[in-house]
Design a protein around this ligand. Structure first.
Ligand code: HGY
Ligand code: MN
Ligand code: MN
Length: 416
């Protein structure tokens, strides 16, 4: 493959303008975004993205999970496309860049190819995966998981949000059920550009993260069954206290993660009390444990220990306990050839870089199951993400998009 020359750069100003334009859709309350999957604001963001893709001369395909594939033709119609993408859906208190940077940088790559009159042998497909976040419908990376064959379409369609609405009904409601079979598309390669969502690149003063791996994940949904009772008149020794069991299990998850260092994290982000009344001991507590590690044995060992000790904690309090795995993927090793191409591009473009393991999960983790895949990262301020204060600089954004541009062009093979 011939490498692009170092003068080929994307239009950083246009990329930043597009990011700020998309950020107006589904605004948060503190400067970030609340554009959760399959909401009206997600639909609005999808329409804007479709308009931009069509204005860039691409044709749009949509699969039965609502994932959007915008194609720029190559010179060889038989050559498998190079896919470049991420996600436009956000957390409820999300930032403006998580996922969005990758989708709009992929669009910027095509816009720059158009400006420069560059043709490639392989088509380019800019991709917006449905429901990467898993905030409204667990698990995360739902559409890419179905695409990779790890999850079924029926399973995905039946996933329910906290209000009991199903994924399938909501996808239909916003009018984004496509006609393509999920996973029918074959990829020559997949690239995803993403903010780091952690503190390493900024602390090391590196502009580019060359992502070699991604840590694996388990999401364990715990249901504790206590007995609803008056918080005032029920003696302490007569309580079947699901709330107390939950507190002790949370403390145990923290202990397991700390005792599994280095390279392990564990915590809880979502919890529901029923009836959730100030003066009623909860009859039911449902919460989601998120554990991750780049080491397969450590990840599975943490899961086994947490499940055993959670059952013991609940039993000592007479509380019922059931645990269901509602999200999982093994640690991922990205494609060494593509990883080297990213590193060489950063070097050629004069950007500081370092190898990094992704702490967050991404659609690239499932794409890597069905095609050579890799990721590029840029720093984010204070390593903060999944927070409306998430921030990057236009310079960081553009540097990573330049590297994406070069790695994609080299892989898609410039045809003049
Ligand atoms: O959970 C994750 O790692 C991703 O942000 N969905
Ligand atoms: Mn993301
Ligand atoms: Mn995210």
């Amino acid at each position: 493959m011939t490498a692009p020359t170092d003068n080929l750069r994307i239009n950083g100003e246009r990329l930043w303008d597009s990011l700020m334009e998309m950020a107006k859709i589904g605004p948060g309350i503190a400067g970030g975004n609340n554009r959760q999957t399959l909401t009206d604001s997600d639909a609005e963001g999808r329409s804007l993205f479709q308009t931009w893709c069509e204005a860039a001369g691409m044709t749009l395909g949509v699969d039965k999970m609502g994932t959007m594939f915008a194609t720029r033709p190559g010179t060889d119609p038989n050559a498998l496309p190079v896919y470049v993408g991420s996600h436009l859906d956000t957390q409820p208190t999300g930032g403006k860049y998580d996922g969005v940077l990758g989708v709009l940088s992929a669009l910027e790559v095509v816009r720059s190819m158009n400006d420069l009159g560059i043709r490639t042998k392989h088509p380019i497909v800019v991709t917006n995966w449905t429901n990467e976040e898993g905030a409204r419908f667990a698990p995360a990376m739902l559409a890419s998981g179905v695409f990779a064959g790890a999850l079924t379409l029926d399973y995905a369609y039946e996933r329910r949000d906290p209000e009991g609405k199903t994924f399938g009904d909501e996808l239909k409601r916003i009018g984004w059920v496509g006609d393509e079979e999920v996973g029918a598309r074959k990829m020559h390669a997949y690239f995803e550009y993403h903010i780091e969502q952690g503190p390493i690149l900024e602390a090391e003063a590196k502009q580019i993260g060359v992502v070699t791996h991604c840590q694996g994940l388990w999401w364990l949904e715990v249901t504790l069954t206590g007995r609803e009772a008056h918080t005032g008149s029920t003696p302490m020794n007569l309580r079947v206290n699901a709330g107390l069991a939950m507190a002790r299990i949370l403390e145990m998850v923290q202990t397991v993660a700390m005792e599994s260092q280095p390279g392990a994290v564990g915590g809880v982000g979502q919890m529901f009390f029923t009836p959730n009344s100030r003066n009623v001991l909860p009859g039911k507590v449902v919460f989601s444990i998120d554990i991750r590690s780049p080491d397969q044995a450590k990840l599975d060992g943490m899961r086994a220990r947490i499940e055993t000790e959670a059952a013991e904690i609940a039993a000592t309090l007479g509380v019922g306990c059931s645990i269901e795995a509602v999200g999982h993927f093994d640690p991922v090793t990205f494609d060494p050839v593509l990883v080297s191409r990213v590193r060489d591009a950063a070097e050629r473009l004069g950007y500081s870089h370092m190898n990094i393991i992704s702490g967050a999960g991404h659609d690239a983790c499932w794409a890597a199951k069905v095609a050579p895949a890799t990721m590029i990262m840029c720093p984010c301020v204070g390593g903060l993400s999944h927070n409306e204060a998430e921030e990057i600089s236009p310079e960081w954004a553009a540097a990573g998009a330049d590297v994406l541009f070069h790695a994609v062009l080299e892989t898609a093979e410039i045809a003049g």
